[in-house]
Design a protein around this ligand. Structure first.
Ligand code: MRU
Length: 352
């Protein structure tokens, strides 16, 4: 399995996804600030991977703290959390992971006899547990969703919701992997995913690695591929799912969902429960990250647009719940009406 990120004695080691597919290099983050930087610059990306990276960033920050008392450590801990939380606003897994680390910190700090050393060890153990849980969750999601895909045919995906976007196996690509493991003969159509090209660079790379037949298409080819009968299902990941089932995912996902509906093709979203945000009522309230204009104006260091062109670069869009055929999670496959379906499973803890 492709190691997206790894906790080491020296720091957190990240597969540098900005250099894929041609260079497989690792970047070692030795401070929590570096982890934050690695998340912002998308060396690591994908909502579940961002969450676990942030948890490891918190653990790393506390590990390197010079504080000798909890009184000194607590404000430092909050600063570490603040810096990591300021990296990518749409992926709710980031906040979920930081909150989980904070809850553990507060619980341990409130105990009589709590020590800096004890908290340090516990936070590292928690981040490692989240890493293992993420892989197990992806596998369960894969098993839950595999039967929804055709036994034979084309499956379109947008962006990269694979092993590279998680600690391993993937969400949308995990469902595809599980279907292929069950004998399905699937050809994946990978949208290139302008402007950062996660589909062309990352999805194609990791599926080729697993020998799963893959065809890269430009984003503007999806409609025609559907009309020509090449696509039998769509499966994508998510950065945040609101309580009513609206889905924030990579910019362009909404267009794919509309096209799928027009062509009568099922549109599935695969995401772990840590991507579900029951505190956010609808997609309208999901913050959408605006990324630097240079990602649109330039490619491979070469300028594509006139100097004075106005640019917008929203990294995500929202697909209204009505376009979603099912949401595949580790707790089960959810169908509309989503407010009820999500609420029903919200306090169910499935062991992974
Ligand atoms: O900007 P990115 O590359 O972090 O966006 C990633 C996506 O949009 C993924 O589809 C989403 O995070 C789910 S990853 C399992």
């Amino acid at each position: 399995m492709i190691p997206t990120l790894k906790w080491t004695e020296q720091g957190v080691d990240f597969l540098d996804q900005t250099r894929l597919p041609f260079e497989e290099t690792y970047l070692l983050a030795t401070s929590y600030q570096q982890v934050a930087d690695v998340i912002t610059t998308m060396v690591v990306r994908g909502a579940p991977a961002i969450g676990v990276s942030a948890a490891m960033g918190v653990a790393l920050g506390v590990k390197h703290s010079q504080a000798t008392s909890l009184e000194a450590l607590t404000p430092e801990f909050e600063e570490i959390c603040r810096v990591l939380a300021a990296t990518r606003p749409t992926a709710v897994n980031l906040f979920w992971a930081i909150d989980r680390m904070r809850k553990l910190y507060q619980e341990l700090a409130a105990k009589p006899g709590a020590s800096v050393a004890g908290i340090r060890e516990a936070l590292i153990a928690e981040a490692l547990k989240m890493y293992d849980e993420d892989i197990a969750t992806c596998r369960t999601m894969g098993a839950n969703g595999a039967e929804l895909l055709p036994k034979q045919g084309g499956v379109l995906t947008h962006c990269n919701a694979g092993a590279l976007a998680t600690c391993g196996y993937g969400t949308a690509l995990g469902v595809i992997r599980a279907a292929v493991e069950n004998g399905a003969e699937i050809r994946v159509y990978a949208d290139e995913t302008r402007p950062f090209l996660q589909g062309a660079r990352l999805t194609a790379w990791e599926l080729l690695h697993d020998k799963i037949p893959t065809t890269v298409i430009c984003d503007n080819m999806a409609a025609s591929m559907m009309r020509r009968g090449k696509i039998h299902a769509v499966v994508v990941g998510a950065d945040r799912i609101a309580a009513n089932g609206d889905v924030a995912n990579k910019i362009g996902t909404y267009g794919v969902a509309v096209l799928a509906k027009e062509h009568g093709i099922p549109f599935y979203v695969a995401a772990p429960w840590s991507t579900i945000d029951m505190e956010t009522a609808t997609g309208e309230a999901i913050p959408i990250e605006e990324r630097p204009a240079v990602e649109v104006t330039h490619h491979g260091g070469k300028q594509l647009t006139p100097h004075d062109a106005d640019i917008e670069n929203p990294a995500f869009d929202v697909t209204p719940a009505e376009y979603v055929t099912a949401i595949i999670t580790e707790r089960g496959v959810l169908k509309a009406p989503y407010p009820e379906a999500l609420a029903a499973l919200d306090d169910v803890k499935v062991g992974v």
